[in-house]
Design a protein. Structure first.
Length: 463
């Protein structure tokens, strides 16, 4: 009898420890799951009564009740449940538990949307400044990641779709994976883990050293005015040819020397002086001497094909390695395919003809000829309507039940007017299927115009 009681008590103890271990390791408590704010007149999601199984990776972040801020980084714990065939319970033992620094990120998304955007960096421990490279969701190992939370984009996939296409077209584009996110016990919905535009073994792979002269590899970004980021001054801005500020993303500000800063300013100024000069189209002495023309051509095609209103103006990244030419990569397609928040865009217009650098490049007949030829080639495979629609269907299948879970929290977005324009309410999807249909229709409409009118770009040429 005593032996039986002892066994029962032992079994009960094991059960209690197992339950507590799940909660301690994973940091999920069965609490009301709701958006991380209280001043919105919306209903909150019902309590998460049971765990769920997902076929997506899951990140669970615990800040130990510390506030997350945009301007300062907060130490936290992150548990990662990697994707497995057949799905995995969110109460499973994490594949990895790591120390991270986390902060909010984003410009318009931070100012206008409830679903927060994050930047995280993995570390070996909180007492070390040594970063930890981790293969997040099967991507190449690195310590720094962006967690993009789609809110305006109710398909949840614009960025993932276009990053994937760009990765097949350009030398480098950000890799990304769908995932689900918990922060301090609150379910945040579907997110996209994204490689930021940085240098590293799994990223742009720029040289890690510069020369005594100041000659250095670099990454620059063109963005909206930010008083907290020191911009650089180049010929294009001084002469009034370009707008929006350029800032140096790499080398990092803490490592950037005065000589390197001057080199970058002078290097870009030399390119801009030639670009906006009379002999800009000269194949030997013109802009082609300074930039990887094919990279700029691909940038035009990807952004024109996707109707990216910000293209060339905001969220613009250019990079250059030692003794190489300037190249472009892509970033941020929230506003793509007639999805700009503040205005409706017609399908029969071009988007880069008034953007810094590209306004001038598209005045050169040789450049436009490359754009037209490359576009025709890409439409046969990577940018075929059928291929892109298939990607959309595949991504919808991959998201699966996570779509419903996401909109259990953020479903009120279907009742908001997020895409402002009087008389253009057809842009506002009322459910997920509607959002997908609108995206596919926009793709078809845009290609219908470009297929018939891409040669219209020649009208801007001055030679």
């Amino acid at each position: 009898m005593k032996k039986t009681i002892a066994l029962l008590l032992f079994a009960l103890l094991i059960i209690i420890l197992a339950v507590n271990l799940e909660q301690i390791i994973i940091g999920i408590k069965k609490i009301d799951v709701k958006p991380p704010f209280t001043d919105k007149n919306i209903e909150y999601q019902k309590a998460l009564e049971d765990d769920f199984t997902t076929n997506l990776p899951v990140i669970i972040i615990d800040t130990k009740k510390q506030m997350i801020d945009k301007d300062t980084k907060t130490w936290a714990k992150a548990a990662v449940l990697e994707k497995v065939p057949g799905g995995k319970s969110i109460l499973s033992k994490p594949d990895q538990v790591m120390d991270i620094q986390i902060n909010y990120r984003g410009a318009s998304s931070y100012a206008y949307f409830d679903k927060r955007q994050y930047r995280i960096k993995f570390f070996k421990d909180t007492n070390s400044t040594k970063e930890l490279n981790y293969e997040l969701a099967g991507m190449e190992p690195d310590s720094e990641w962006v967690l993009h939370g789609p809110f305006l984009d109710r398909t949840l996939m614009r960025n993932h779709l276009i990053y994937g296409l760009a990765g097949e077209i350009m030398d480098w584009a950000p890799d990304s994976r769908f995932m689900e996110l918990f922060v301090n016990g609150y379910y945040q919905g579907v997110y996209l883990a994204v490689e930021p535009v940085t240098s590293g073994a799994s990223r742009l792979r720029l040289n890690t050293f510069g020369l005594v002269s100041g000659n250095t590899p670099y990454i620059v970004k063109r963005e909206r005015i930010d008083t907290e980021i020191e911009s650089i001054s180049t010929y294009g801005e001084i002469a009034g040819h370009t707008s929006q500020e350029l800032s140096i993303e790499y080398p990092a500000s803490k490592n950037l020397t005065h000589a390197q800063r001057k080199f970058i300013e002078n290097d870009l100024s030399t390119f801009e002086t030639v670009l906006y000069g009379d002999k800009f189209a000269d194949p030997e002495k013109g802009y082609a001497k300074y930039i990887d023309v094919d990279s700029f051509v691909d940038y035009v095609i990807i952004n024109e094909a996707t109707m990216n209103y910000d293209a060339g103006k905001f969220s613009v990244y250019a990079y250059k390695d030692l003794n190489e030419k300037l190249k472009m990569t892509v970033w941020d397609f929230n506003n793509s395919y007639n999805h700009y928040q503040w205005s409706y865009h017609k399908y029969d217009q071009f988007f880069l003809t008034d953007s810094p650098w590209f306004d001038r490049l598209l005045q050169d007949r040789q450049f436009v000829e490359k754009v037209v030829h490359r576009y025709r080639e890409l439409r046969k495979d990577i940018l075929s309507t059928e291929n892109i629609h298939q990607h959309i269907d595949d991504y919808q299948m991959e998201l699966g039940s996570a779509i419903d879970r996401n909109f259990d929290v953020w479903g009120y977005s279907f009742r908001l007017t997020l895409l402002f324009k009087k008389g253009e309410q057809e842009r506002e999807p009322r459910n997920y299927d509607d959002a997908i249909l609108q995206l596919k229709t926009a793709i078809e409409s845009r290609f219908s115009f470009l297929d018939e009118n891409i040669e219209e770009l020649y009208k801007n040429c001055v030679n």
